[in-house]
Design a protein around this ligand. Structure first.
Ligand code: SF4
Length: 500
């Protein structure tokens, strides 16, 4: 990925994940510090804000703020949050501004009852839902806010009002509301007595269920289960809602069976998920190494050393080196402590921004023919600056190898991407891309090889940003008007290797 830090830097040309979610119920045990650990393990999914909602069985308390998990919570705060049932959230904004108001969990109260909600993903029918709710355009702070409003308005206390519903309250409301939502949503919700996890019918964003001896845990990724000592139980199915309360775990299927079509975001494997996460039963790190190995097969080139763009390009670079027999070496040092940098409006600024994060190891680079492996290129601006930096450090040749196909369509399912005209590979030939990046050669991994590398090629993936094949209708932007529509499937040629 172009931005090796995956920090929240508007306009820097990198992809940003939309959020991490966590939920836990351990009867009789105070859970705030476990939520903290779980959120810490999910920090990579969102660095703008963090929050948790905790219940002691009678009242829900929410604490959230802008910033990283360790900046938002300290020991005193965690001690002051009572309860054995909680949800948590780390946020990167893809809809709604980066403000405290949009930090999650969102909380709504209806008389004596209340619920909290954390959302990972993007709805694609927010405009329609807001209109149905009679909300004036712009009134909803975000799509997550609209979900909260829908649940609140459909909330009835007491006995079920719908014969098929076993329960009312939050569960009953969700059974009414969920089928109306379109797009990507892995949700965690809670009221005073239960924690609920929901995954949309395509399962764009991950969500898994784990168990402790005496409780249950929900998390975006399995490492957040490991860190609290929970065992991985299973992934929440696309289209499934799990309710965890004092009687255990119950599963509901609130969506029409015809809408259930697993399409996990392929970029969870390529970049977003932690390398130690398991998706579709496969550890992500191994999949990334296989991507590199297959890239070496389809795009070989003579060189002296293979290096990865830290950290996300490293496993694929290792795989490339092993398969090609060319030694792996470190050529770039990353500053691990860099915080938010500011918008980089011109080339000089972008070069500065790259230099803040990466510095070349001159002795390892000087006079060498380099193969530089990254997982993806979005705008290409920071990649071009990195190539220039390597040349300046004395590299004899720079051959870029990308362990995913060209990124040519914007994402509408929770990943922050620029408009199509700002995507480097959209409408450009491989030779044009090479020239713009200033590399000696550029090659991408093909889609089929990428699927094979996951180790679960038939499991069901979204690859819309690579193919234009959007599984769920997306808003079409026409001028400044946003309409609901479906982008026609368009095929784009997938690049192989350019001649070195
Ligand atoms: S469009 Fe791309 S980034 Fe977005 S969910 Fe699909 S595969 Fe992931």
């Amino acid at each position: 990925m172009e931005d090796p830090e995956n920090l929240s830097q508007p306009g820097d040309g990198s992809l940003k994940e939309a959020c991490g979610v966590f939920g836990i119920f351990v009867p009789g045990r105070k859970v705030s510090s476990l939520v903290y650990d779980g959120l810490y393990a999910l920090q990579h999914r969102g660095q703008e804000s963090a929050g948790m909602a905790v219940s002691d069985g009678e009242a829900v308390t929410v604490y959230k703020d802008m910033g990283l998990v360790p900046n938002v919570f300290d020991e005193r705060t965690l001690t002051a949050l009572p309860g054995d049932l909680a949800i948590g959230h780390t946020r990167y904004s893809t809809t709604g501004a980066s403000t405290w108001r949009n930090a999650q969990p969102i909380f709504r109260s209806m008389g004596q009852a209340g619920f909290a909600l954390g959302h990972n993903g993007n709805l694609t029918n927010t405009a329609q839902l807001s209109e149905d709710l009679g909300m004036l355009p712009g009134l909803a702070a975000s799509d997550s806010d609209v979900i909260g409003e829908l649940i609140a308005r459909n909330y009835h206390q007491g006995q079920p009002t719908v014969p098929t519903h076993a329960e009312e309250g939050l569960v009953g409301s969700l059974l009414r509301v969920l089928p109306r939502l379109s797009g990507a949503f892995s949700l965690v919700l809670m009221d005073e007595q239960r924690v609920i996890g929901v995954r949309d019918p395509n399962g764009f964003r991950p969500l898994c269920l784990g168990s402790l001896d005496d409780g249950w845990v929900l998390a975006s990724e399995s490492p957040a289960l490991d860190v609290v000592g929970a065992s991985f139980n299973r992934e929440v199915d696309p289209g499934e809602m799990v309710v965890i309360d004092s009687s255990g775990v119950r599963s509901y299927r609130p969506f029409p069976a015809s809408s259930v079509d697993p399409r996990l975001c392929i970029f969870e494997f390529v970049y977003f998920a932690r390398p130690d996460a398991r998706l579709y039963g496969v550890e992500v790190h191994g999949a990334r190494r296989r991507m590199g190995a297959l890239l070496a097969e389809v795009a070989p080139v003579e060189a002296d050393v293979v290096m990865g763009v830290p950290d996300s390009g490293v496993p694929a670079a290792e795989g490339y080196a092993r398969a090609s027999g060319i030694p792996y070496g470190q050529g770039l040092v990353k500053n691990r402590y860099i915080g938010r940098t500011f918008i980089s409006p011109d080339q000089t600024q972008r070069e500065r921004s790259v230099r803040r994060k990466l510095n070349p190891l001159r002795e390892a680079i000087e006079g060498k023919r380099l193969i530089v492996v990254d997982d993806s290129i979005v705008r290409g601006t920071t990649t071009a600056a990195m190539v220039a930096m390597l040349r300046e450090a004395g590299a004899a040749e720079v051959h870029l190898r990308v362990s995913s196909p060209p990124y040519v369509w914007p994402c509408h399912y929770g990943i922050d991407t620029p408009d199509r005209e700002h995507l480097l590979a959209a409408g450009r030939s491989l030779e044009e891309i090479r020239e713009l990046l200033g590399a000696d050669s550029v090659a991408y991994l093909g889609l089929e090889a990428l699927m094979e590398a996951t180790g679960a090629p038939k499991a069901g993936f979204c690859n819309a940003c690579l193919t234009g094949d959007y599984p769920v209708a997306v808003p079409l932007k026409i001028g400044k008007t946003v309409l609901e529509g479906t982008l026609a499937k368009r095929s784009v040629p997938l690049a192989g290797a350019s001649a070195p």
